[in-house]
Design a protein around this ligand. Structure first.
Ligand SMILES: [Zn+2]
Length: 563
């Protein structure tokens, strides 16, 4: 019997695969009349508009390219190439096409630009001896027609797998518009899922985190909740599912009702470009830091005037439990297919006195206020926008774990508490540190690591920190190491004409990079600490000399020649 059952299961799996294949073929691509699809493989999303990322929202759609690179990418409408970018991070290789209806389409993480554009870019790289470029073009330079091949997809820049990142922007304001509203109608018959529901004390959201968490709160959550807070607000971790798609996507509309009055709603129709700082107003950073899961706030904060997404505020999502009565709360998630999921429950305030007791720490830093604090040889300069709520800031000092450290490590608050604007930090240098060469700050926490070159003034070293964590001044005297793969000995060209370099550094951060072949500068591509260069066709055979110069943040330079 088990064998037979196995066969039946296999048959059903096969059948559903066939059915979903036909659905896929019949229903995709789903572009709105007048627009072309940017890829011929149909529009399957691995991420949608407005999804939360560390420190920002996802400004477009991630369109799958069947796990492959070098898929043809096409212009969605007539227009002209108004800008291109080449970068080791962010969008990687990116094309901006401006259309005549106040819209600009953006195609990111590309491998290649179409030929005439590619030639112009390589000319500019050679002229400036810079691989990274950010170029703007006049209207008549590179005209583009709907459906024209503009490049090949890839995985360049900050991308964790082959895909096309596509954006649809308002040309005048630069705001990103939800492409699913204007370009692509995708089938979605599956409701969003609310995975976790969070209740916060509205006075200490960032510093304390949720005071109550409900897992999988589907439908009518039967229990009545009692909390020790007089003003509360909510957050959810919610995902949207789509037909024929195994990816967890973001939700489109989130609404909160207090006794059937709508007190908060966020709708992901467009996102302004200045969203990056304010995303901490909208995301439970603490939950992400601790659990790796994004939870979205269902309330607006005071500094939220430059709201990143369309938020309709009434009481800004805060429920006043001061009346000691039951409040009936409904939280609703809706997707673009109109499918809705609701969670309903009753909540009231219990004893508030317990919270105001003597165990509560006195706060010494206030949200929205500038402040300067000293601790030993360190000075911390908080900006108006640095903190989201009041905290008790007491740095501790410990021995550094870096062998080349020249300071103690200062441990700054709780790294799960987000910073808006960077905090300026300075360290007094003692006389032994009169030689400032090769000094760098290393800042780290569980999710963050960076090496920062200080600015020196008088006898102090300055830097700006975007997160709380552990900060140490290090004297780095170790040069980066260049590893070369595929360059056959005696200067023969490498296999596939591809030169692959891996640079490693004791502090893991590579600074400047340059390479020449036979004395001529060549534009190596870069992604993190990987560098590659494809030798053009027609390059003469025989012996060649590759010279690579690379430095780390501290300025240690390595110069290697390969014959
Ligand atoms: Zn993307």
């Amino acid at each position: 019997l088990p064998v037979k059952r196995k066969h039946i299961v296999r048959f059903i799996v096969l059948l559903s695969a066939i059915i979903s294949f036909f659905f896929f073929v019949i229903h995709e691509p789903a572009t709105v009349a007048g627009y072309a699809s940017p890829v011929d493989t149909g529009i399957q999303l691995s991420a949608n508009f407005g999804e939360i990322r560390p420190g920002h929202r996802h400004m477009g759609l991630d369109i799958r390219t069947n796990g492959r690179e070098n898929v043809e990418v096409k212009a969605v409408a007539d227009g002209y190439v108004s800008r291109i970018g080449i970068s080791a991070s962010g969008y990687g290789n990116v094309i901006y096409i401006t259309h005549n209806n106040n819209r600009t389409s953006v195609y990111a993480h590309l491998n290649e630009f179409y030929s005439t554009l590619g030639v112009a870019i390589r000319d500019q790289q050679q002229k400036t001896k810079q691989w990274e470029q950010d170029l703007v073009f006049a209207k008549d330079r590179f005209p583009v027609t709907k459906g024209m091949l503009i490049g090949l997809s890839g995985n360049t820049g900050h991308s964790e797998g082959p895909h096309l990142h596509f954006e649809w922007r308002d040309t005048r304001t630069g705001a990103s518009v939800n492409p699913q509203k204007e370009l692509f109608r995708l089938e979605d018959g599956i409701a969003p899922v609310i995975e976790e529901l969070f209740v916060y004390d509205a006075t200490s959201v960032c510093s304390k985190g949720a005071i109550t968490t409900i897992n999988s709160p589907a439908g009518n959550y039967g229990k009545q909740l009692i909390v020790n807070a007089s003003k509360i607000c909510f957050g959810v971790s919610a995902v949207d599912k789509m037909n024929n798609n195994q990816f967890n996507l973001g939700t489109y509309r989130l609404t909160v009702f207090d006794n059937n009055v709508r007190i908060f709603e966020s709708v992901k129709d467009s996102i302004s470009q200045d969203h990056i700082v304010s995303v901490h107003n909208e995301v439970d950073y603490r939950h992400w830091y601790r659990k790796g899961v994004f939870a979205e706030y269902l309330f607006s904060r005071d500094r939220d005037s430059e709201a990143t997404i369309n938020r309709r505020k009434n009481k800004q999502g805060v429920v006043d439990l001061g009346d000691k009565k039951n409040h009936h709360i409904i939280i609703r998630a809706v997707d673009l297919g109109g499918n809705a999921t609701e969670v309903a429950f009753d909540i009231r305030s219990g004893s508030i006195a317990a919270q105001a007791g003597p165990t509560r720490k006195v706060t010494n830093l206030r949200a929205g206020k500038k402040a300067v604090l000293r601790s030993g040889n360190w000075v911390f300069d908080f900006m108006i926008g640095s903190l989201f709520d009041d905290i008790s800031f007491e740095p501790t000092h410990s021995r550094s774990r870096y062998p080349s450290s020249v300071s103690e490590t200062v441990n700054l608050h709780d790294p799960a508490v987000p910073l808006g604007d960077s905090v300026k930090v300075s360290l007094k240098l003692d006389d032994a540190l009169r030689n400032k060469a090769q000094l760098v700050f290393v800042l780290s926490n569980d999710v963050f690591y960076d090496v920062i070159r200080p600015v020196f003034s008088g006898n102090r070293a300055f830097c700006e920190i975007p997160v709380f964590g552990h900060l140490t001044l290090v004297r780095d005297t170790v040069r980066p190491v260049v590893g070369l793969a595929g360059w056959r000995n005696k200067g023969k060209l490498p296999q596939g004409n591809l030169v692959n370099l891996t640079i490693s550094d004791n502090l893991k951060k590579v600074g400047e990079f340059a390479a020449t072949i036979d004395g001529v500068w060549v534009p190596f591509n870069r992604k993190e600490n990987r560098f590659w260069y494809s030798i053009p066709a027609g390059f003469p055979k025989g012996s060649h000399k590759l010279v690579v110069s690379v430095s780390d943040v501290a300025g240690n330079l390595t110069r290697n020649s390969f014959l």
